[in-house]
Design a protein around this ligand. Structure first.
Ligand SMILES: Cc1cc2nc3c(=O)[nH]c(=O)nc-3n(C[C@H](O)[C@H](O)[C@H](O)COP(=O)(O)OP(=O)(O)OC[C@H]3O[C@@H](n4cnc5c(N)ncnc54)[C@H](O)[C@@H]3O)c2cc1C
Length: 281
């Protein structure tokens, strides 16, 4: 196989890539088959990844992160694919949820949640999709209604990555009239272990990503402090989603391309099995 070097790679990233690979080979691959069969990875893998510095790599060090940039995230995504470890929802945890909190959270929210996400003490999920609402996010029906200093959440979500493990869930809710559109949407953070009325549903069967716990979630009168609205102001959620969703799409595209490169090489050489590209950067 011809080794190719990406323009964005440098020596530091190369070394990081090697250590990520070794971490997956040591801590994930021996369990991969079992995790695929069980439909989720072991919870303590998140803590091990936190200890190894693989969580929240783009989050500044003052909030517990590694202080890296999107290239560090990309290296992890690539190595997940190249080692054939595809059940970890870190793209959602570190690549999506933590950046939402960093970008829009109040100082208090950032200090409260980001360090726990960086160590793996908390696993994060983002709950947008509902049984009747996918692409058209303005149509979500989950509500978060004011009751004094609280918000009371009612609704159902589905296809939520990290759904079985998540302790911190960014929930897309209507804080205004449910039939209203974008301006009524807020992102409300639910700390799953601190509330009543929150329930994890089925861990859904999928055609791939078998070890990724993509789940149904239920919210029945879940009461959270009104301060848990991301950024503090209601009605900003749709704009926050529109600004961050391209990053999510980029991570998914990166993973897809990383997966495909060895397949193209193998097909070109008439091989059925494809090697993992140790030196393909
Ligand atoms: C493995 C996996 C993990 C996921 N993780 C999460 C998660 O962590 N959090 C979360 O909230 N959701 C998650 N999802 C859900 C995902 O975001 C939705 O599947 C996606 O938003 C599409 O919604 P839908 O499946 O309801 O399809 P629909 O919105 O019903 O779309 C069906 C088809 O119609 C097309 N379409 C829709 N609207 C239009 C239009 N206006 N014009 C033209 N074409 C259109 C779509 O492109 C698609 O091809 C996950 C899904 C999967 C499979």
């Amino acid at each position: 196989m011809i080794a190719r070097k990406s323009g964005w790679m440098n020596e530091e990233l190369q070394i990081f890539s090697g250590s990520v690979r070794k971490f997956f080979e040591r801590e994930a691959l021996p369990h991969n088959e079992r995790w695929n069969a069980e439909g989720k990875i072991d919870r303590d893998f998140w803590n091990k990844a936190g200890e190894a510095g693989l969580l929240c790599v783009t989050i500044p060090e003052e909030y517990g992160g590694m202080g890296g940039d999107f290239r560090h995230e990309a290296v992890i995504v690539q190595q997940e694919q190249w080692t054939h470890f595809s059940g970890w929802g870190n793209g959602v945890h570190s690549g999506i949820c933590a950046p939402y909190i960093l970008a829009y959270g109040t100082e208090e929210q950032k200090r409260r949640w980001l360090p726990k996400l960086a160590t793996g003490e908390m696993v994060a999920a983002i709950a947008m999709t509902e049984p009747g609402t996918g692409s058209d996010l303005q149509a979500v029906r989950t509500t978060a209604k004011r009751d004094g200093a609280s918000l009371v959440i009612n609704g159902q979500k589905t296809f939520i990555t990290n759904g079985q493990h998540a302790d911190l869930i960014i929930v897309v809710c209507k804080t205004g009239d449910v039939s209203g559109g974008a301006k009524n949407i807020s992102l409300v953070v639910v700390e799953a272990n601190e509330v009543t009325g929150y329930r994890r549903g089925r861990n859904l069967e999928k055609v791939g990503l078998h070890a990724q716990d993509t789940s149904e979630l239920f919210f029945d009168d879940v009461r959270v402090p009104a301060d848990n609205v991301l950024g503090g102001d209601e009605g900003r959620g749709f704009y926050q989603l529109m600004q961050q969703l391209p990053r999510e799409r980029l991570i998914i595209a990166l993973g897809s391309v990383a997966r495909i490169i060895p397949l193209i090489g193998a097909a070109a050489q008439g091989r059925e099995q494809y090697p993992t590209p140790h030196n393909q950067t």
